[in-house]
Design a protein around this ligand. Structure first.
Ligand code: PEP
Length: 233
């Protein structure tokens, strides 16, 4: 089987763009063999787009405009030059109360706006310990439109904790998610992916890339991860 094109995505969260992000040899630029997307804070979208980086919003509302103080819409992200948007990142679910239904509506609005959404799913530690991982991701995925083409499996307990899922744990859930999808879809892993674990995680047959937070703020570290992905293409 031909391998799906690996996608390495940087989620800078509410942090400034790392120094050198726009250099000619920046790892944040698309590489011929793999896809690289960057999700900066909203105020940095314009400079990433100007630098020729494939850029996405960290969130977007489904309504195209209106009285939603502080928000941006999917259509605004598209007009700003974004190619993608994160939907339902666990930090949005936790701090902004985004529900599965709202995430599904965002994904649909993003597709309608001409963006490629990345829908984020994943269980909390207590859900994993109670044996509910498959049920949780199944419910999250059941809210997504069938046109979804990129899903990020991000176990909540692994995000920003330095405690990644093992390759076997991640592969097991990715393979399960694939059984739930009717259309071809890339399924990327997120949760403390770093230089040390990138090769093993990205080598798994159902792991089609990574969504990387902390390690994407360290340009050398991100470069190493991109180089590792390139060898696995
Ligand atoms: C994320 O924010 O999506 C993420 C995976 O963060 P980290 O790599 O820091 O765990």
């Amino acid at each position: 089987m031909t391998r799906r094109t690996l996608l390495i995505a940087a989620n800078w969260k509410m942090n400034p763009a790392p120094a050198g992000f726009d250099a000619a040899d920046s790892p944040f630029r698309k590489d011929g063999d793999i896809d690289v997307f960057v999700f900066p804070a909203s105020l940095d979208i314009a400079k990433c787009v100007s630098a020729g980086i494939i850029t996405g919003g960290q969130c977007g509302r489904r309504e195209s405009s209106g009285a939603f103080t502080g928000d941006v819409s999917m259509t605004m992200l598209k007009a700003a030059g974004c190619a993608s948007v994160l939907c339902g990142h666990s930090e949005r679910r936790k701090f902004h109360g985004e529900t599965d239904q709202a995430v599904g509506e965002q994904v649909k609005a993003a597709i309608d706006a001409g963006l490629t959404p990345i829908a984020c799913v994943g269980e909390t530690l207590s859900e994993r310990e109670e044996g509910k991982t498959f049920d949780v991701v199944k419910k999250q995925i059941s809210s997504l439109p069938p046109e979804i083409s990129i899903i990020a499996y991000e176990p909540v307990w692994a995000i920003g904790t330095g405690k990644s899922a093992t390759a076997a744990q991640a592969q097991e859930v990715h393979a399960y998610i694939r059984t739930l999808l009717k259309n071809p879809c890339r399924i990327i892993y997120g949760g403390s992916l770093n230089v040390a674990n990138a090769k093993e995680l990205l080598s798994q047959p159902d792991i089609d890339g990574g969504l990387i937070g902390g390690a994407s703020l360290k340009i050398e570290e991100f470069h190493s991860i991109v180089n590792t992905a390139r060898t696995l293409k």
